[in-house]
Design a protein around this ligand. Structure first.
Ligand SMILES: Cc1cc2nc3c(=O)[nH]c(=O)nc-3n(C[C@H](O)[C@H](O)[C@H](O)COP(=O)(O)OP(=O)(O)OC[C@H]3O[C@@H](n4cnc5c(N)ncnc54)[C@H](O)[C@@H]3O)c2cc1C
Length: 393
């Protein structure tokens, strides 16, 4: 006996939960399948800020506001930043972006991932059109483009749907089950993340210093601390992860040129392997990839989940309100449009990683001159910053 839904969403991460909510609000009956049982209680704010944070763009803020999710966030833990400050270890150029130059109050907001997840899950749980299958996972997919896609879950339950949305992250096993291939490019780098207290205040600025070994970002947190994302070669990364706290704080202060004075203390450090990935095909018959299951970019520009929220937004605009979510021309339009937008982002960030990571003398000089030119041109800065925070009207 199978249960019938309009859409099955595989993965209740930030993008999957957002998709389920947005499409349920458009009138579809949704099944949300998630293997990891994450209770709301485990997502409650702790006294200590969580290490995993995201820079959420104003466009994503608008999307979450329209869904009524933004107001469910603990506003006292959100940190808006109105400046970005970028410099390179080799060269004297500095680029400074200010929100007032584009007539905005801020350039983005730093939020703990678990807060976003919590607000999304609470909104999903109060939506009667969404049924949860958790903990559970899809173990087989039988597709028939003329009728429905039939999914067998680990629990033995069978689900039939008009459309399967695959949102189970970069190592998506549902994507593999569906036979949709991803190309992964490993950078042989890791990103170390941690929360730190610094001598001087963060000034509501997102700081980024490019080092030969990779970018080092300090993002402001609402309690006055900063969240670091230190991307570097894997060997150096493991040495940094293994250092004791005092040594690490000294290395970090030096690497950051003491811009915020000494780093006084540090919380737990976590390491994430870095790379990008993309898929040639996002849509096959009744199966569609979104979020990190479809695309993955370097975190240097803080765009991964923002791209995922934009997937959700476009998909909802294209199929929301239809009688049947499986509208092939609209799904193809979604695939074309988002594939080209995310491909630009993926290759732009890879290009920036290369440009800022190289220490060849000629390139150093050109890069430094280019950065001076950007800083000297308000027009250029406006174009770049609008591109960086995407689609700001
Ligand atoms: C160090 C670092 C810093 C970052 N900073 C930023 C930032 O500042 N701004 C930004 O926009 N992005 C940032 N990102 C990227 C961002 O974290 C990801 O793009 C985002 O988490 C992707 O969300 P998702 O829901 O697509 O996938 P995930 O977050 O990976 O969620 C996938 C979900 O699917 C579930 N799942 C797994 N297997 C299955 C299965 N078989 N069936 C069903 N469900 C399954 C998982 O349990 C999970 O709940 C950063 C990434 C890193 C590594």
């Amino acid at each position: 006996m199978s249960e019938r839904f309009d859409i099955v969403v595989a993965g209740a991460g930030m993008v999957g939960a957002c998709a389920a909510l947005s499409l349920a609000r458009s009138g579809f009956r949704i099944a949300l399948v998630e293997p990891v049982p994450i209770g709301i209680e485990s997502l409650e704010n702790g006294a200590v800020y969580a290490e995993r944070v995201s820079a959420i763009s104003p466009v994503s803020e608008q999307i979450l506001t329209r869904l009524g999710v933004w107001s469910g966030l603990d506003q006292s833990r959100l940190c808006r930043y109105d400046q970005m400050f970028i410099w390179h270890e080799n060269g004297d150029a500095i680029i400074r972006f200010d929100s007032f130059e584009i007539a905005r109050e801020n350039l983005g907001t730093i939020i703990e991932n678990q807060q976003i997840l919590r607000a999304l899950r609470m909104a999903c749980e109060s939506q009667s059109e969404i049924e949860w299958f958790e903990p559970d996972a899809i173990v087989s997919i039988a597709e028939n483009s003329h009728s429905v896609v039939s999914l067998e879950l680990k629990s033995g339950v069978t689900l039939d749907a008009e459309l399967l949305l695959v949102a189970d992250g970069r190592n998506s096993s549902t994507r593999d089950l569906a036979g949709l291939k991803a190309v992964h490019q490993n950078y042989d780098q890791i990103a170390i993340i941690a929360n730190v207290a610094t001598e001087n205040t963060h000034q509501y600025t997102a700081w980024q210093r490019f080092l030969g070994s990779g970018p080092l970002a300090m993002l402001p947190l609402a309690n006055g601390d900063s969240s670091i994302v230190w991307s570097c070669d894997t060997v150096l990364g493991h040495e940094l992860l293994d250092m004791d706290d005092d040594l690490f704080c000294s290395a970090l202060s030096r690497a950051f040129e003491y811009r915020l004075g000494e780093v006084k203390s540090i919380g737990r450090r976590l390491g994430f392997p870095l790379g990008w990935h993309s898929c040639d095909q996002w849509l096959r018959d009744r199966i569609l990839l979104i979020g990190d299951a479809a695309h993955g970019v370097h975190p240097l520009a803080g765009q991964g989940v923002n791209l995922g929220f934009s997937d959700v937004d476009l998909l909802t605009r294209l199929i929301g309100g239809l009688d049947n979510p499986w509208h092939r021309p609209r799904l193809r339009q979604f695939e074309r449009q988002r594939k080209s937008e995310t491909a630009i982002a993926t290759h732009l960030f890879s290009g920036l990683k290369w440009l800022y990571g190289t220490d060849k003398y000629g390139i150093n000089r050109v890069r430094n001159l280019g950065m001076h030119a950007v800083q000297a041109s308000p027009w250029c800065r406006r174009v770049l910053i609008k591109q960086a925070i995407r689609n700001m009207a």
